[in-house]
Design a protein around this ligand. Sequence first.
Ligand code: NI
Length: 183
Amino acid sequence: MARLLQIAQIGSPILRQQAQEVPSVHDPAIQTLIEDMMATCEEADGVGIAAPQVYSPFRVIIVASKPSPRYPNAPMMKPMAMINPNMEFIGDEMEEDWEGCLSIPGLRGKVRRAKRIGLAYRGPDGFIVSADYDGFVARIVQHEIDHLNGTMFVDRADPKSFASEKEYQRVMKEEQKRREEKV
Ligand code: NI
C-alpha cells in the first residue's frame, strides 16, 4: 500500500537544493518513492509533484494532468513517473498561463514557459523513454523539473499576476462563462 507523504512548504531548505540523479531505478526505495509520490499527488489534487517536495533528494517527478477543482481546464492523462528527466525546448514559442504549487498553498501566478518541449527520461521499469509535449503538460514538466533544480514558480512568475486561490477561482469561473457565451 502506498503511503501519503508530507509535502514540504516554501521556506523548507530542500526545495532550494539541487536534486541528485537516481543511480538505480530498480532500487526498492526508489520504487516505493514513486508509488508514494503518485498517491500523494492524487490525494492533494495535484497535476504533478517532484521528489524534493516530499523531502527526497532524487531526480524523480510525477506528471499527472487531470481536471480538478485546482485546475478545471487540465487535460486528462495517465499519471507518469519520470526518473532523471532531460529536457530541451522545441522552437522558441512561449506561452503564459496560471500555475500553483502544492508547496505554496493558496497562491497562484502567471508564468511564461516554452510551449513545446522534448523529453528523455527513465520510466519506473528502467527503460529510457523519449517524448515531445506541448501546452499544459509541457508546462507541468517544466514546473516539476524546476523543482529538481531548486527553482519554484514564484521565481519565474510575473509578480503583478500573483493571486490568491479565491481570486484565481473567480477568474477561472469568469473565463469559463465567457467561453460558454461564445459557443
Ligand atoms: Ni510545484
